[in-house]
Design a protein around this ligand. Structure first.
Ligand code: FAD
Length: 417
């Protein structure tokens, strides 16, 4: 950990001299992928930024690596850095969480009851994992009794343990009805598992099954075609439009609901990889910032709130109708920063930058194989490379394994890429 990093301001135990309300020109709520990236970009652009990041966690995770942790390729520690080393040094870090948004008064309330007022607000607090929506499941069961999930830092190594302990029977991989972060993650781990079972010679006595709340394997038809070929080649069974609603860990039985007619189907498993249902955080859902679905309401091209023009949002918590990915965040961030600076300088909206919905999902289809799905709001492929990215490629797997993590830590969250 760097010793010259910024000092976190802990509000958990405020000193008597600390004011109960403080003000910053720009307040960024959330120091994850989106918050850290816009904070870094703004600190590079502004001469003397008065910018605070409100983030409760001491650590910052590069979640895309959790797929490879679950597949036994990298240890989980590779996905985690100290927050203090990620946030820009010119920013003030307020180490607390926002418990209420009060946009009519241009302020937020923190966990300790104090307030932070702002001229401009950026909301980037990610989404909420709704584990409790699955009856019979508690988070502490993950990693035990054949249950695993890559959707937790402390869970993804348990996925690798579960794959190693699996000795035949049914291996279930679930995907809830969208939206979720990284629509491809629930199936990527399945392809790695299938490869692993083949290497161990136990595939003949196993059934690998993908049960998904979506109507098909992927929303962009060019990539769905390749993925359906992968599924057929691997002999994976699929069941679509079915959501996991209940689990009996002792009996190793999962209950799925048919999204068309509500009928229930029980499936016994030897192991199950669960992707939990996901939705907006309560603090946003209950705030004036929310749209009808509970996400931070923003214009899908400018990332500006339509009712509170000094509020912007990006990433998983925003209402942007794109695939919720870090790759999308990388393209949203420069647009947001451009439009925020334009707003601060009273520039007309005609000078605003526009986000086209770019998102990318590096679909790992086995050890050493990957389909790089890049697309926009219209679900049209938007390849960054001059070759056919709908094909499985080793070069793209190496990009995910080595290139993208480096781009993230040294480029994106530093405001350079
Ligand atoms: P986050 O990065 O989750 O950050 C939110 C931050 O807000 C956190 O630091 C949190 O502590 C903080 N916070 C929460 N509540 C509050 C509060 N009340 N007050 C203040 N702060 C708060 N994306 C890809 O591009 N490619 C991939 O291959 C990929 N694979 C993935 C695989 C898995 C298993 C998972 C889980 C995700 C994957 N993603 C992938 C998705 C990607 O990680 C997210 O889309 C991205 O991190 C979203 O950034 P964000 O800033 O919106 O949210």
């Amino acid at each position: 950990m760097s010793t010259e990093s910024i000092t976190p301001v802990s509000t958990a135990t405020p000193r008597p001299s600390e004011p109960r309300t403080r003000h910053h020109q720009i307040v960024v709520v959330g120091g994850g992928s989106g918050g850290a990236t816009v904070a870094a970009r703004l600190c590079r652009k502004l001469r003397n930024p008065d910018l605070a990041v409100i983030e409760p966690s001491e650590t910052h995770d590069y979640q895309p690596l959790w797929t490879l942790v679950g597949g036994g390729v990298v240890p989980k520690e590779r996905s985690r850095h100290f927050e203090i080393d990620v946030l820009p040094r010119k920013a003030t870090w307020i180490k607390d969480r926002v418990t209420r948004f009060e946009p009519a008064d241009n302020r937020v309330v923190l966990g300790d009851g104090s307030r932070v007022s702002y001229d401009y607000l950026i909301v980037a607090i990610g989404l909420k994992l709704n584990w409790e929506a699955i009856k019979g499941l508690s988070v502490d069961q993950i990693g035990k009794d054949g249950i695993c999930s890559n959707y937790l830092y402390d869970g993804c190594e348990g996925t690798w343990r579960t794959l190693q302990e699996f000795n035949g029977g049914t291996a279930l991989f679930t995907n809830p009805k969208p939206p979720i972060k990284c629509a491809g993650a629930p199936q990527k781990i399945m392809y790695l598992a299938d490869d692993h079972f083949r290497r161990r010679g136990i595939r003949q006595r196993s059934k690998v099954m993908y049960v998904s709340g979506t109507p098909g394997i992927f929303s962009v038809k060019e990539f769905a075609k390749t993925l359906n070929e992968v599924i057929a080649r691997r002999g994976i069974e699929t069941l679509y439009k079915h959501n996991l609603v209940e689990i009996d860990p002792a009996a190793r039985r999962a209950v799925f609901e048919n999204l068309d007619n509500g009928e229930r189907t029980e499936i016994e498993y030897a192991m199950i990889h669960i992707t939990p249902p996901q939705g907006p955080p309560d603090v946003v859902k209950e705030s004036p910032l929310a749209d009808e679905a509970g996400w931070v309401k923003v214009d899908k091209h400018t990332l500006q709130h339509p009712d509170f023009p000094n509020v912007f949002s990006l990433g998983d918590v925003s209402s942007l109708p794109t695939s919720k990915t870090g790759a999308a965040v990388r393209k949203e961030a420069p647009v947001l920063v451009h439009n925020l600076l334009a707003t601060m300088n009273n520039r007309p909206r005609s000078e605003f930058a526009r986000y086209d919905g770019y998102a990318s999902c590096p679909l790992v289809t086995g050890y050493g194989k990957l389909v790089l799905a890049e697309f926009d709001y219209d679900l049209k492929p938007k390849p960054s490379f001059p070759f056919d990215t709908t094909k499985e490629r080793r070069s793209m797997y190496l990009l995910k394994r080595y290139g993208l993590p480096a781009l993230y830590w040294h480029g994106m969250v530093k405001g350079r890429a």
